[in-house]
Ligand binder design. Structure first.
Ligand SMILES: [Zn+2]
Ligand SMILES: [Zn+2]
Length: 115
C-alpha cells in the first residue's frame, strides 16, 4: 500500500516536472519575428502598390480582370478605380487603415510614390 502510494506520488511528481519544464521552455518555433520586417513579400501586403496582395490588380492579372468585369477600373492609370490613388488620393488612407488594423503600425511607403 505505502509503496503503491509512493509510486503514484513519484509518477505524479514526474508528470508535473515534465509538464512545467515544457511550459517554461520558450517555444522555439513561434513565428514572432516575421512581422517585424517592414517590407515582406510573403503574402498579405503589396508594399509596392499600397494594397493587400489579394486585392492588388497591378500584381495579378486575374484580379485585374475581376475589377474590370465589375466596372471598377481607371483606364487612364490602368488600375482599379477603387485603388487609383492618383484619381482618389483619399483611398490610400483607407487601405493604409487596413494595414494598421492588422499590424498596428503604418504601412511601408509605397515604392511607386518616389517617382
Ligand atoms: Zn502590387
Ligand atoms: Zn486614375
Amino acid at each position: 500500500m505505502t509503496k503503491l502510494t509512493l509510486t503514484a506520488v513519484a509518477l505524479l511528481f514526474l508528470t508535473l516536472t515534465a509538464c512545467s519544464k515544457s511550459m517554461d521552455k520558450p517555444a522555439a518555433g513561434t513565428p514572432a519575428a516575421t512581422e517585424t520586417a517592414g517590407h515582406t513579400h510573403e503574402g498579405w501586403w503589396c508594399a509596392e502598390h499600397g494594397v493587400p496582395e489579394s486585392m492588388c490588380a497591378l500584381c495579378d492579372a486575374k484580379i485585374a480582370a475581376d475589377y474590370k468585369a465589375k466596372g471598377d477600373w481607371c483606364a487612364k492609370h490602368d488600375r482599379p478605380d477603387s485603388q487609383c490613388f492618383i484619381c482618389h488620393p483619399e483611398k490610400e488612407a483607407v487601405f493604409a487603415a487596413m494595414y494598421e488594423a492588422k499590424y498596428n503600425e503604418a504601412p511601408p511607403k509605397r515604392e511607386e510614390e518616389k517617382k
